[in-house]
Design a protein around this ligand. Structure first.
Ligand code: RTP
Ligand code: MG
Length: 165
């Protein structure tokens, strides 16, 4: 059913707008980028290919990728929000313990989609079939990082790839 709505525009002239009531409202999709890190345990366990496949199989595309042994300075900037937390020293030691894969993935709703594929922070609580649920060790040694919102993604992409957005 179509509805006819009549309203006056700025000039006072009446204008008609047809609202199609029976058309399903489309959910808005956002085209985004997310910063993903396959952390040192994921690299050591030779999970790089498997993890990238999970993104690619879910319509996320790898736009940038590098192998990087994250040093203390970069780790401090990247994980600044956690510096007062009790787990911070262990997190620092872990993330700097060997090479990581750092990448930018892009696609529709990339931030939320990547976090869904990653699963909960704690692998014990993460669902089977998620990256952390399948491969994580404990709440700190949890294989993967993904940006938690669009503004974090922008900040984190800048840390590892410079301002190319
Ligand atoms: P991430 O930033 O790495 O994607 O992880 P997340 O959002 O799921 O979790 P977040 O709270 O931001 O924590 C960052 C990383 O710190 C380690 N962590 N350890 N209680 C603990 O021992 C603990 N809590 C967090 C994890 O490596 C987590 O991914
Ligand atoms: Mg986080």
């Amino acid at each position: 059913m179509n509805l006819k709505v009549e309203e006056k525009n700025e000039t006072g002239k009446e204008q008609e707008e047809i609202i199609e009531e029976d058309k399903p409202v489309k959910q808005k999709t956002k085209y985004e980028k997310s910063l993903i890190i396959i952390k040192p345990d994921g690299v050591k366990k030779k999970l790089i290919g498997k993890i990238i496949s999970r993104f690619e199989d879910n319509d996320l595309e790898v736009e940038r990728i590098r192998v990087l042994h994250i040093d203390k300075n970069i780790a401090l900037v990247h994980y600044k929000e956690h510096e007062k937390k009790s787990f911070f020293p262990r997190l620092m030691e872990y993330i700097t313990s060997g090479p990581s894969i750092v990448m930018v993935v892009k696609g529709e709703n990339a931030v939320a989609k990547a976090r869904e594929l990653m699963g909960s922070t704690d692998p014990q609580k993460a669902k089977k079939g998620t990256i952390r649920g399948d491969f994580g060790t404990d709440i700190t040694i949890n294989v993967i990082h993904g940006s938690d919102c669009e503004s974090s993604a922008e900040r984190e992409i800048n840390i590892f790839f410079g301002n190319y957005l």
